[in-house]
Design a protein around this ligand. Structure first.
Ligand code: PEP
Length: 251
C-alpha cells in the first residue's frame, strides 16, 4: 500500500508566531484517523521548533525546502543535509521549479543535492513539471521523462526507495490555475509507467507520486481521488490552517 502525503511548502512566508500557531492548530484539530502523512516544510529557521511540535502527535513531520549540494565548508548561507538530518528532520524538497528557475539549479546540481540528502538518510520530495509552452506544444510527457531520467532514475533501487515524486506543472504553481484531474492522472500514470520501465512494477506500485499546483479545498478532492495520485504538495493553501486542515481531511 502506497503512502499518502499532504505536504505544506510554505516557501518564504510566515513569521515565527504565525508559523507556530499554524502548526499547533493543525496538530490539535487533525485526529489520528487521517490516512495521510502530514509534512510541514517551513523555512530553515523554524525547522527545529516545528520538528519538536510534530513529535507530539504521530503522522506529523517536517521537511526542509532545500539543501546544499556540498557536504560542508565555506558556503556562507548554505545549510547541509547533515545539519538538516541532525535537527530531526526527515524530508527535503529537491528540484522545485522555483529553485530550478530562480537559482539556476541544473540537473547536475540536483544530483549532487540528491547524493547529499541520501547520505544523510533524508527522504527526498523530488519535483518535476513542465512549462505552459511545453504543455501546449505537447512535449510535456517527454519533458518529464527527461527530467526524471537525468536525475532520480540514475539511482539504484535502494536509493530510489527514498524518493517521493511531486508532479508540479509550472503553469499551475501559484497561478490559481490547477491541472484538471484528467491531466494530472494522465501524467501520474505516465510517471508510474516510467518507474516501471526503469526499475520494475513492484517499485512503481510502491512509489508515492503526489500532485502540486494551486490545490485548494475546492478543487483537490477530485484530484486526490485519482488512482495514481497519492496526495499533494501544497503551496498557498498551506499558509492558513483552515485550508490546510480541510485538505488533510480529504484523506
Ligand atoms: C508549490 O510551490 O509547490 C505549490 C504547489 O504552490 P501552490 O499550491 O501555491 O500552487
Amino acid at each position: 500500500m502506497r503512502k499518502k502525503y499532504i505536504i505544506g511548502n510554505w516557501k518564504m512566508n510566515l513569521s515565527k508566531n504565525e508559523a507556530l500557531s499554524l502548526v499547533k492548530e493543525t496538530i490539535s484539530v487533525v485526529d489520528g484517523n487521517v490516512k495521510a502523512n502530514i509534512v510541514f516544510a517551513p523555512p530553515f529557521i523554524f525547522l527545529n521548533e516545528i520538528s519538536d511540535l510534530c513529535k507530539i502527535k504521530s503522522g506529523f513531520s517536517v521537511s526542509a525546502q532545500d539543501c546544499s549540494s556540498n557536504e560542508l565548508g565555506a558556503f556562507t548561507g548554505e545549510v547541509s543535509s547533515k545539519m538538516i538530518s541532525s535537527a530531526g528532520v526527515s524530508y527535503v524538497i529537491i528540484g522545485h521549479s522555483e529553485r530550478r528557475s530562480n537559482f539556476k539549479e541544473t540537473d547536475e546540481i540536483l544530483n549532487l543535492k540528491i547524493q547529499q540528502a541520501l547520505q544523510n538518510k533524508l527522504q527526498i520530495i523530488f519535483c518535476c513539471g513542465e512549462t505552459l509552452e511545453q504543455r501546449e506544444n505537447d512535449s510535456y510527457l517527454d519533458i518529464i521523462s527527461t527530467q526524471l531520467s537525468n536525475t532520480i532514475f540514475k539511482l539504484g533501487v535502494d536509493s530510489f526507495k527514498n524518493i517521493i515524486i511531486a508532479y508540479e506543472p509550472i503553469w499551475a504553481i501559484g497561478t490559481g490555475k490547477t491541472a484538471s484531474s484528467l491531466q494530472a492522472q494522465e501524467m501520474h500514470a505516465y510517471i508510474r509507467s516510467l518507474i516501471s520501465n526503469n526499475f520494475d512494477k513492484n517499485i512503481s506500485d510502491n512509489t508515492s507520486v503526489i500532485y502540486g499546483g494551486s490545490c485548494k479545498p475546492s478543487n483537490a478532492k477530485e484530484i486526490f481521488e485519482q488512482d495514481d495520485i497519492d496526495g499533494g504538495l501544497i503551496g498557498g493553501a498551506s499558509l492558513n490552517s483552515s485550508d490546510f486542515i480541510s485538505l488533510i481531511k480529504l484523506f
